[in-house]
Design a protein around this ligand. Structure first.
Ligand code: CA
Length: 234
């Protein structure tokens, strides 16, 4: 049997913390928890968790500080749990290195879905080959070929880079700025129109219905998420 995954909870709101702890326990995860930044880093270093759930407003500072500290030393998936109204906070946390976010109040099902997706992505990274696939899309890093529905997909160089970046970061919420920086370069990080244009052309090539996309989902005001339900796990 597979060993239980360990989740670190950083949350100062006692009732939310309790809910997270109970949820972990009920769904077969081990957990460790704390209520502030300084304990968080100590716990992280001594326990090496598989995933972190972190609140942003902590009594001794901002959860983003902890996120940035973890990112300097580790790729452990981090999900921010944040109050509904602070979009900018969410964007800043993702830019600081968080992988995903959940808005309060959240449903337990949504939380679990996000946890599973983020744990899975991390497992995939460890077994990475020269090919990566998602649904009906397969990318070969060596030949740079993209096979879509068993046929070669024709993409412009930017479309290719964009799709590659999405595939490598599947199921992760990516901010506009992150995508522009990684695909176009630092000088382009505010060129929102570039991004919108290329998202549109890429959607036309891979989505059944580009106005109701199933791969490239819009995360309103924040960025995009490339959705990939994993078939490999069956
Ligand atoms: Ca809080």
């Amino acid at each position: 049997m597979k060993e239980k995954e360990l989740i670190q909870i950083v949350e100062d709101d006692i009732s939310v913390k309790k809910l997270l702890e109970i949820t972990c326990k009920e769904y077969g995860f081990k957990h460790i928890s704390c209520e502030n930044n300084s304990q968080a880093l100590k716990l992280f270093l001594t326990n090496n968790p598989d995933l972190i759930l972190v609140d942003l407003g902590l009594p001794d500072g901002d959860g983003k500080e902890f996120i940035a500290q973890v990112r300097e030393i580790s790729q452990t998936p981090i999900i921010v749990i944040s109050a509904r109204h602070d979009e900018k906070e969410i964007i800043d946390s993702l830019d600081a290195g968080a992988d995903d976010y959940i808005k309060k109040p959240f449903s337990v099902n949504e939380l679990l879905a996000r946890v599973r997706v983020n744990l899975r992505r991390n497992n995939h990274k460890e077994t990475m080959s020269n090919k990566i696939s998602c649904g009906e899309i397969e990318l070969d890093f060596e030949s740079r070929d993209i096979i879509f529905k068993n046929e070669l997909l024709k993409l412009t160089p930017i479309e290719y880079e964009l799709l590659k970046y999405f595939l490598l970061n599947a199921n992760k919420t990516l901010t506009h700025k992150q995508i522009l920086k990684e695909v176009w370069g630092v000088a382009y990080q505010n060129e929102m129109q570039y991004l919108r244009t290329y998202i549109n052309t890429l959607r036309k090539k891979i989505e059944k219905n580009s106005t109701r996309p199933t791969y490239i989902k819009t995360e309103s005001c924040i960025g995009y998420r490339f959705c990939c339900s994993s078939k490999e796990e069956e």
